[in-house]
Design a protein around this ligand. Sequence first.
Ligand code: DGI
Ligand code: FE
Ligand code: FE
Ligand code: FE
Length: 187
Amino acid sequence: MERQQALEIVRKQMHEKRYIHTIGVMETAIELAEIYGADVKKAELAAIFHDYAKCRPIAEMEQIIKEQNMPQDLLEHNKELWHAPVGAYLVEKEVGITDYEILQAITYHTSGHENMTLLDTIIYVADYIEPGRKFSGVEDVRVLARTNLRAALLQAVKNTIGFLMKKDQTIYPLTFYTYNALLKEEQ
Ligand code: DGI
Ligand code: FE
Ligand code: FE
Ligand code: FE
């Protein structure tokens, strides 16, 4: 699918601000794919569609998680986690994207998982560092992303867990598993 067609599809799914974020993730993901030798076209499409379900009604996402037998523990944690796996499902069903690597990168862009592929990592990191992001510590991750993508991923996961803990939010187990797996990889 061509970039313009994909962008027109997602534009109808989200508010202006979210669309601008999507463009930022797309541009960043393409840059990272070029640096690290990933499939640039897949990175572009995964980035364009990563937040496809972000603006869907909570009730619709909940129903999809139940009916499609997604991990039911999602329902006990932050609703912000839901749009990632639900997005991958809807992108396949409504847009017709069937590429497994793209769907996986979308599914895990919020929590990560224990065995992150290069594409999964690019989407996770691009989502975290795109130019519109302002959170504290983001600049360090931006710098790391140019030289050591794995280290950038670990730092982004750490920052996310720290941020959630400061806000007294529960941490989804898979987010901790992602963190643990990345630390073990370093040792
Ligand atoms: O959709 P975006 O805003 O671009 O970014 P995202 O999909 O990476 O994250 C969405 C939100 O999910 C973000 O505010 C932090 C939250 N989140 C990420 N991991 C966890 C989490 N919330 C909880 N409670 N637990 C997690 O493990
Ligand atoms: Fe997201
Ligand atoms: Fe993210
Ligand atoms: Fe995003």
